[in-house]
Design a protein around this ligand. Structure first.
Ligand code: ZN
Length: 58
């Protein structure tokens, strides 16, 4: 299994934070939206998953 925490931008913290994936679609492709929850402020947001190769772009 993969790690359930991802470094994502949080609009509330205004920085990249570790975010827990609290909803994963049944067929997890990068185009589908996942629900993330910021581990620092608790803000939940729907974000698209990203391709692993796109990591370095950010
Ligand atoms: Zn946050």
């Amino acid at each position: 299994m993969t790690e359930e925490l991802e470094q994502r931008w949080c609009k509330k913290c205004f920085k990249k934070t570790r975010q827990e994936i609290i909803f994963m679609p049944e067929i997890p492709t990068y185009k589908r939206r996942r629900q993330y929850k910021c581990t620092e402020c608790g803000l939940t947001s729907w974000l698209q998953g990203r391709r692993p190769s796109a990591e370095s772009v950010y």
